[in-house]
Design a protein around this ligand. Structure first.
Ligand SMILES: Nc1ncnc2c1ncn2[C@@H]1O[C@H](COP(=O)(O)OP(=O)(O)O)[C@@H](O)[C@H]1O
Ligand SMILES: [Mg+2]
Length: 256
C-alpha cells in the first residue's frame, strides 16, 4: 500500500534522508523509530509532499506520488497526524471536524468512509468536548482530534508522527489501542516514535532510522526473538537506562 524506494530528501542545509526503503502492506503497522534528529519527521513530511523528494519513489496503492503537491498527495489517500498535534487553539472541536470534513473529500453517501457521526461514535470523548476550543483540550484529547481530522480526509495510509509524545502512560496506551483498531479495520499505518517501547507493542514491523538511513527493518516478532538484532536496536534507539535497571534494560512490556 505504501512503498518507498531509495528516497532521498532534505533541506537547503543538506540531504537528511539517504536512500530510504520501506514497504508497508495494507492494514499493517510499520513503526519507524530513531533518535531526535534522525529524520523521522522529514520522512513523513516527504511522503505527505510537504518536503520535496530529491530522488527516489513514493507509491500509494501503486500510484507514484513523489513530487505532487501536499493536497494532491492527501487526495491520493495519505493522512498526516503531525508531531505536536497542531490543532488550532481558537477553533472548537466541532469547527475542526467541519473543516476537515470538507465536501471534496467527504465520504460518499452510503459508503464506507469516515463521517463526523462515525468519528464521534469511535471517540466519544470528542463528542463531549464539541464546543471546547483546541487550547482547552488535554494532550490526549488534542491527539484524538488530530487523528479524527486526518481520518475525515478518508486516508488509505495514515502517517502518525510521535502520537504518544507528552502523553501520560494511560493516555498513550489509549492512543495505541486506537491505532491498533484502525489498522485492524484495514487502514495502513506508518507510526513514527522516538521510543521503541511505544511502537513495538502494536507494530507488525519495526524499522530504525539513524542519521537518515534505515539501519534495521524486520517483523516485530523476529525482532523480539532475536536478541542480537535487539541489541543493535537498543544501542541506537533506547533511552539511557535508569540506575534501577542499568544492567538489564527493559524494553518490552512482556519481558520479565
Ligand atoms: N525545516 C527544516 N529546515 C532545515 N533543516 C531541518 C528542517 N526540519 C528538520 N531539519 C533537520 O533535519 C534533520 C532531521 O530532523 P527531523 O526530521 O525533524 O528529525 P526527527 O523527527 O527524527 O527528530 C535534523 O538535522 C534537523 O535539524
Ligand atoms: Mg520529529
Amino acid at each position: 500500500m505504501l512503498y518507498v524506494e531509495r528516497l532521498c530528501a532534505g533541506y537547503a542545509g543538506g540531504i537528511v534522508l539517504h536512500e530510504v526503503d520501506l514497504r508497508v502492506h495494507p492494514g499493517s503497522i510499520q513503526a519507524v523509530v530513531g533518535r531526535n534528529g534522525a529524520g523521522k519527521s522529514t520522512l513523513v513530511h516527504t511522503i505527505a509532499g510537504l518536503v520535496r523528494a530529491s530522488s527516489g519513489r513514493i507509491e500509494i496503492g501503486g500510484v507514484h506520488v513523489a513530487g505532487r503537491q501536499p493536497h494532491r498527495v492527501a487526495q491520493s489517500g495519505v493522512g498526516l497526524v503531525p508531531q505536536g498535534r497542531r490543532v488550532f487553539s481558537r477553533l472548537t472541536v466541532a469547527e475542526h471536524l467541519v473543516l476537515a470534513a470538507s465536501p471534496w473529500r467527504a465520504a460518499t453517501p452510503g459508503g464506507e468512509g469516515w463521517t463526523v457521526p462515525r468519528i464521534l461514535e469511535l471517540l466519544p470523548r470528542l463528542a463531549a468536548r464539541l464546543r471546547h476550543r483546541g487550547c482547552e483540550l488535554s494532550g490526549g484529547e488534542q491527539q484524538m482530534l488530530a487523528i479524527a481530522r486526518a481520518l475525515l480526509g478518508q486516508p488509505r495510509v495514515l502517517l502518525l508522527d510521535e502520537p504518544c509524545e507528552g502523553l501520560s502512560p494511560d493516555l498513550a496506551a489509549r492512543v495505541r489501542d486506537l491505532i491498533g483498531h484502525l489498522a485492524a479495520s484495514g487502514l495502513t499505518v506508518l507510526l513514527v516514535e522516538q521510543q521503541l517501547r511505544h511502537a513495538i507493542e502494536i507494530a507488525d514491523r519495526v524499522a530504525v532510522l539513524e542519521y537518515g538511513r534505515v539501519v534495521y527493518d524486520r517483523p516485530t516478532a523476529e525482532a523480539r526473538s532475536d536478541p542480537g538484532s535487539l541489541e543493535a536496536i537498543v544501542s541506537i534507539a533506547a533511552p539511557p537506562p535508569s540506575p534501577a535497571n542499568r544492567s538489564t534494560p527493559r524494553l518490552w512490556a512482556d519481558t520479565p
